[in-house]
Design a protein around this ligand. Structure first.
Ligand code: SF4
Length: 347
C-alpha cells in the first residue's frame, strides 16, 4: 500500500464523519471533505481550501490522501479508446482504459497490481501477482480517468482491468460504495460491472450485498476439462458450481449475467462448442458476449478467422438468442480484453 496512515480517499462518509468528530469539528466538515476528495479529486490535504490551517494540520497527523500520476497515455488510432499507465506513490504501476461510445464514457478499472490466477490467454496473468490495490487507490484511479475526461463525466465503470476483483473483495466493495454514493462519485450501481474469472464464494457474497451491480464472468470454455486447462481457477471452482453461483446471482439481483467468451482459433471455436455453450446458458438470465482473442506479443493463441467467428455465433444463437458479437476496442494499443499488463521495463 502507498500509505500507512488511513487514506481519506478510501473512506465512506460515515468514516469521515467519525474522524472529524474525533478532531472536535462539526459534522458538515465531512461533507466538505467528501467534495474535495471525490468531486475535485485533490491529491493533498492542503488543497482543501475552505478548511482552517489548524484543522488541516490535525487531519494530516491522522490521515493521508492517495496520489497517483499518469506516466503514459496511448490513444487508439482505430477507435476512441485511451489506455493510461498510472503510477502510485510507492512506484506500483497499473493500466486503466477509457472507452468512449457516443454518450457512454466507461472506465475499465484495475483492482490489483498483476494477478495470481494465470489464465493462459491473459497478459496480466503472465506478469504474476504483485499486490492488491486499496479502496483509496482504486477510487484514485477512477478520479484520474475522470480528470482525463473533464468536463465530460465518466458514467460507467467496469472492474475488468488488471487483477481479479473478487480476489480483492473488501477493497472492491468499498470502492463500489464510494463510487455509487451521492457524496462520492455518483455513478449508478447499474452502470457498474464486476467481471470475474469465476470465484464462486465471491459471486455468492456479491449477490447478497443488496446492490444492483452487473456481473460478468469470463467463461471461455463450455466444458470443465477445457476450462480447467485455460483457466486454472476452474480446478478450484468447477464449471457446475460456477453456473450454480451465476444462476443464484441472476435470481437474487434480478439482472442478466453476462457470459464473456473469448474465441481462440482451434481451441474453443467449433460449432459443437457453440452448441454446448448455448445449452449451458439456456434457462438462465444471461447474455453471451463473444469476442475475438486479442493477440498479444509472444502469445500461444490466435484469433479465429471471420468465417469461423460467424458460424460460431450462428450455432450459438440456435440455443441462446441473447448473443452479442462484441468488437474488441483499443486492440492496436493493447487495451483489449486480456491485454493489460505492465512489463518489467515499465515496472
Ligand atoms: S483473465 Fe482475469 S483472472 Fe485470469 S489471469 Fe487475467 S486478470 Fe487474472
Amino acid at each position: 500500500m502507498t500509505n500507512r496512515t488511513p487514506d481519506l480517499k478510501g473512506m465512506l462518509l460515515s468514516e469521515l464523519e467519525e474522524l472529524v468528530s474525533e478532531l472536535g469539528q462539526p459534522r458538515y466538515r465531512a461533507d466538505q471533505m467528501a467534495g474535495w476528495l471525490f468531486t475535485k479529486g485533490i491529491q493533498d490535504i492542503s488543497e482543501m481550501k475552505n478548511l482552517s490551517k489548524a484543522f488541516k494540520e490535525s487531519l494530516a497527523s491522522r490521515a493521508s490522501v492517495t496520489r497517483s500520476k499518469v506516466v503514459r497515455a496511448k490513444r487508439s488510432a482505430i477507435d476512441d479508446t485511451e489506455k493510461l499507465l498510472i503510477e502510485y506513490t510507492d512506484g506500483a504501476r497499473i493500466e486503466a482504459v477509457i472507452l468512449t461510445d457516443d454518450e457512454r464514457h466507461t472506465g475499465c478499472i484495475s483492482t490489483q497490481v498483476g494477478c495470481r490466477f494465470k489464465c493462459r490467454f491473459c497478459a496480466t496473468g503472465a506478469m504474476g501477482f504483485r499486490r492488491n490495490l486499496s479502496p483509496g487507490e482504486i477510487v484514485e484511479q477512477v478520479l484520474r480517468l475522470q480528470k482525463r475526461l473533464d468536463p465530460v463525466r465518466l458514467n460507467n465503470l467496469v472492474f475488468m482491468g488488471m487483477g481479479e476483483p473478487l480476489d480483492n473483495y473488501d477493497a472492491l466493495l468499498k470502492t463500489i460504495r464510494i463510487a455509487n454514493a451521492p457524496w462520492g462519485l455518483s455513478i449508478g450501481a447499474r452502470r457498474m460491472t464486476v467481471s470475474t474469472a469465476g470465484i464462486v464464494p465471491g459471486i455468492r457474497r456479491l449477490a447478497d450485498e443488496g446492490l444492483q451491480i452487473n456481473l460478468a464472468v469470463s467463461l471461455n470454455a463450455p466444458t470443465q476439462e477445457l476450462r480447467a486447462h485455460l483457466m486454472p481457477i476452474a480446478r478450484k471452482y468447477p464449471l457446475d458450481e460456477l453456473m450454480g453461483a451465476l444462476k443464484h446471482y441472476a435470481q437474487t439481483v434480478g439482472r442478466l449475467v453476462t457470459i464473456e467468451y473469448v474465441l481462440m482459433k482451434g481451441v474453443n471455436d467449433s460449432p459443437e462448442m457453440a452448441t454446448m455453450l448455448g445449452r449451458l446458458a439456456s434457462g438462465m438470465l444471461a447474455k453471451i458476449n463473444v469476442i475475438c482473442y486479442n493477440e498479444v506479443k509472444g502469445a500461444r493463441y490466435k484469433a479465429p478467422d471471420n468465417e469461423t467467428f460467424t458460424s460460431f455465433i450462428t450455432s450459438l444463437r440456435r440455443q441462446c438468442p441473447t448473443v452479442v458479437r462484441r468488437i474488441s476496442r483499443g486492440s492496436d494499443i493493447a487495451a483489449g480484453c486480456g491485454q493489460l499488463c505492465v512489463l518489467p521495463d515499465t515496472k
